[in-house]
Design a protein around this ligand. Structure first.
Ligand code: ZN
Ligand code: ZN
Length: 265
């Protein structure tokens, strides 16, 4: 049985806890070590010291802020692409012997305990960013954030999951009308930026089969989005594409400052 909790989500920090009975891992450590400890405890009665592996998606600070502390207090193996490692190793090398690190290559699945992990490339303004799909027995989860668009290849890789943590970063109109400088707006809206609420819904509709899916809307911008608006947009775009999609997709919220309830798939 695969279980997960989104410990934090948003441009201020991201981390997801994923576990089975035998294995536990952290996907990104974008909040402080202390916050990770508190939220692991609150959501799952778990401890950083017991984590088996830390997987990193890319080097942006909202994904690696607490990495040093997490590496220091645990014996967890570290998984990152070579490109990401190049940017983060200085933060962690004093606490991390080389044999703890495994380089991840897109489209080359590996296992951590009894969890199969499939990394795939995403288009984002980092050196070698990836996102991951997790499978244990019949349970599956994909965490898809920090990407400018969802390619056909990604849609194939993440098909048929029971649950998704899926980026709904911004409302395009709020972003356009907002106070960010144009260069930043262009970056967010571009191919290497972030998915809007609308992009999220359209890509999601493309991969829906017949099963019911749990979707955790993630990485919401504090400045250019609101949880109600994200939910409403995704819901209404899905219904517009096919009326039954409204019932087939169960939307959930994630938050900046609290972990989501541990969810069993
Ligand atoms: Zn991010
Ligand atoms: Zn990023």
């Amino acid at each position: 049985m695969l279980e997960f909790s989104v410990l934090a989500s948003g441009s201020s920090g991201n981390a997801v806890y994923i576990k089975t009975d035998q294995t536990s891992l952290l996907l990104d450590v974008g909040i402080s070590g202390r916050q990770v400890q508190q939220r692991l405890q609150a959501a799952a009665n778990a401890k950083l010291e017991d984590i088996d592996a830390i997987l990193v998606t890319h080097e942006h600070i909202d994904h690696v802020r607490g990495l040093k502390q997490a590496v220091k207090v645990s014996d967890a193996k570290i998984y990152t692409t070579q490109g990401t490692w190049h940017h983060v190793y200085r933060q962690v090398e004093e606490h991390c012997s080389p044999d703890r690190v495994t380089w991840v290559v897109a489209d080359q699945p590996f296992t951590v305990g009894d969890i199969k992990v499939t990394p795939f490339s995403v288009s984002h303004d980092a050196e070698e960013p990836v996102a991951y799909r997790f499978d244990a027995g019949d349970d599956s989860l994909a965490v898809v954030t920090d990407l400018g668009y969802v390619s056909d290849h990604i849609k194939q890789v993440i098909q048929d999951c029971a649950a998704y943590v899926w980026e709904a970063n911004h409302d395009v109109d709020m972003l356009r009308a907002g106070r960010y400088p144009w260069s930043v707006k262009r970056r967010i809206l571009g191919d290497k930026g972030h998915l809007s609420n609308y992009d999220c819904a359209v890509a999601l509709a493309d991969i829906l089969g017949d099963r019911l899916v749990e979707v955790y809307l993630a990485h919401l911008s504090e400045e250019n989005n609101q949880p109600d608006l994200a939910e409403l947009t995704v819901q209404s775009v899905l219904r517009e594409i096919k009326s039954s999609y409204g019932e087939q997709v169960r939307l959930h919220r994630t938050a900046r400052h609290t972990a989501t309830t541990l969810r069993a798939l």
